[in-house]
Design a protein around this ligand. Structure first.
Ligand code: BES
Ligand code: MN
Ligand code: MN
Length: 453
């Protein structure tokens, strides 16, 4: 195995770079053809790696790639999930090299999707190829690589519900998260859920002269800013009534376990060029970003934003708001609580509309499962250090759906780093991480096959 990986390293990287050259931005219909091209690339790579089945499934949106290799029906099956779609690369001018022309700099691959998630799911394709080539695939493997993760996986739920038999497996394995550091392996044991809404505030029926009407008529931007600001109190708690009702507080023991993982607050601040952190009182920075629910304004607009000045009292103002949720919170319920509260705090002088966008449920991986133990053993073997359990702050909404529809738990064996700049300009993925992932995945298969006996 080690020899095969060493001998084929260069080609693995070249193939990933080819995949990164395809701008498979799922959010923007301009790239629809490229999204399909990426799907075809993935399908072919699975076929070439040795899959018996490698097919493209059409959906109402972007296609899903499915592949499988059944070595023995009596053996356990690992279902690998990933996404070949990427976030938009905007703003392009902040990239030091073009987002879809990958370059290697300081031992890192710079390109949109390099870490999220092309570089990560492709490790599974290459690990599978290596296991096939060295005749060492110890259990069955299925691949489900989708093209709509970054836009809410709208059509994956239907695919899963319609293909329960096909997707039958013992565990789901995903590399789409981060570890603490290259010398501190870790495994995310949970993901936050998400509720995403858009709000619209309307004042007067048309834009007005801010000198003629200003001061007498509500300005929807002022009103919206005040409403958003009121959603947190002075302790950083969210003020929506009943928002925290379903949150399960962690025990002191669980908090201590998570807090045992290394974290340097000074490094964290200097990396972000901030003088100080902020957040909910009573929780550490890491807890605020993982085990606590949050509310953030993601975008806000209205009025005049062109060059120069225009003295206008705008008719409308808008914002996009996301709430990250923790286990036992339900995103539909939270969306309702938000809507009700947001409408209730609107001054009479404006009209408010709340439109739910999308969401997903939070998720937890049981630490005592064979699959978690297999991941732990695999990382311990390849890094020479036992991985620490962490809780991820991001969301992969489909993971909770897999549990509901397929009754399957997920192991989040991610090899990225928080500093990879995913969703940002200059996204990158370490060569170390790419190769370490390819080396570790076969070890997961080995340990999982053994532990499932
Ligand atoms: N891979 C990320 C999720 C992630 C990132 C989990 C870092 C843990 C650590 C995924 O592609 C993503 O970006 N998810 C979105 C949600 C989706 C509905 C657009 C997110 O978390 O914002
Ligand atoms: Mn991702
Ligand atoms: Mn993402």
């Amino acid at each position: 195995m080690q020899d095969y990986l060493e001998a084929n390293k260069g080609r693995f990287l070249d193939e990933l770079l080819d995949l990164l050259r395809i701008p498979s931005v799922s959010a923007d219909s301009k790239f629809k053809g490229d999204v399909r091209k990426a799907a075809e690339f993935v399908r072919e790579s699975l076929e070439k790696a040795g899959a018996d089945v490698a097919e493209i499934h059409e959906t109402k949106g972007h296609p899903i790639v499915y592949g499988e290799k059944i070595v023995d029906a009596s053996k356990p099956t690992v279902l690998v999930y990933g996404h070949y779609d990427v976030q938009p690369a905007d703003p392009y001018e902040l990239w030091t090299s073009p987002p879809f022309e990958p370059v290697i700099k300081d031992e890192k691959i710079y390109a949109r999707g390099s870490a999220d998630d092309k570089g990560q799911f492709f490790m599974h394709v290459k690990a599978f190829e290596a296991m096939m080539a060295t005749d060492s695939l110890p259990c069955n493997v299925k691949f489900m690589i989708e093209g709509e993760e970054e836009v809410g996986s709208d059509n994956l739920g239907t695919f899963v519900a319609e293909n329960r038999e096909k997707l039958k497996a013992d565990v789901i394995l995903i590399s789409d998260t981060a570890m603490i550091a290259n010398d501190v392996p870790s495994i995310d044991t949970g993901l936050r859920g998400l509720s995403y809404v858009e709000v619209e505030v309307t004042g007067p029926n048309r834009d007005l002269h801010s000198g003629v009407y200003g001061g007498a008529v509500a300005n929807p931007i002022n009103a919206l800013a005040k409403m958003i600001a009121s959603l947190h109190d002075e302790n950083g708690h969210i003020t929506i009534p009943n928002f925290y009702d379903d949150v399960i507080e962690l025990s002191a023991e669980e908090r201590a376990m998570l807090e045992a993982a290394p974290f340097e607050l000074e490094e964290y601040k200097s990396d972000l060029a901030i003088e100080d952190v902020q957040g909910e009182a009573g929780y550490t920075t890491r807890e605020r970003a993982s085990i606590r629910p949050t509310l953030d304004c993601n975008g806000i607009w209205g009025g005049y934003i062109g060059e120069g000045a225009k003295t206008v009292l705008p008719s409308k103002a808008y914002a996009k708001i996301s709430m990250r949720l923790v286990p036992n919170q339900d995103w539909n319920k939270i969306t309702e609580l938000f809507s009700k509260h947001f409408l209730s705090i609107a001054p009479k002088s404006v009209k408010v509309k709340v439109t739910p966008h999308h969401g997903g449920q939070p998720y937890l991986t049981p630490l005592e499962s064979a699959a978690y133990k297999a991941a732990e053993a695999a990382l311990a073997e390849s890094f020479g250090k036992k991985p620490v359990p962490t809780r991820g702050g991001g969301s992969i909404p489909i993971v909770a759906l897999f549990e509901k529809e397929l009754g399957l738990k997920t192991v989040l064996m991610g090899f990225g780093l928080d500093s990879d700049s995913i969703h940002s300009p200059n996204e990158h993925y370490g060569l170390f991480n790419f190769y370490k992932g390819i080396e570790t995945i076969p070890l997961f298969f080995k340990h999982f096959a053994e532990l499932s006996k």
